[in-house]
Each structure stands twice: as C-alpha cells, then as structure tokens.
Write a new protein. Structure first.
Length: 64
C-alpha cells in the first residue's frame, strides 16, 4: 500500500502543544482590522485550541 500523505492545508494551520492538544490561530487577524472593534481585535490574540469534536478529524489529516 502507498503511504498516507499529510494534508498540506492542515500542516500549515495546526500545531501540537506539549500536552498533545492541537493549537490553531484565531480567525479575523489578517486584514480589515479597521472594520472590527478594538475588543474583537484584542480577543483574537493568543492561541486557541481545536474543539474536541473536530480533534479526531484534524489528527487524521495530520497523520503522515
């Protein structure tokens, strides 16, 4: 059987934390920040984690 390939889009978007959780970046950080309130911009800082419901799907995409 051929080897499974890692999903190219997923490997650019997700990283593993030290504890094994999957980190992701928050949405709304790239452009059009002037259209958002300061509260929205500040809230989109930092790291977020993938929801438990989606975690299995993301892990499967990252398996190589």
């Amino acid at each position: 059987m051929p080897k499974m390939k890692t999903h190219s889009g997923a490997k650019k978007r997700f990283r593993f934390s030290g504890g094994g959780r999957i980190k992701r970046s928050k949405a709304g950080r790239r452009h059009h920040a002037w259209a958002r309130t300061q509260k929205q911009v500040v809230a989109s800082r930092g790291v977020a984690y993938v929801n438990e419901v989606d975690e299995a799907r993301v892990r499967r995409a990252l398996q190589g």
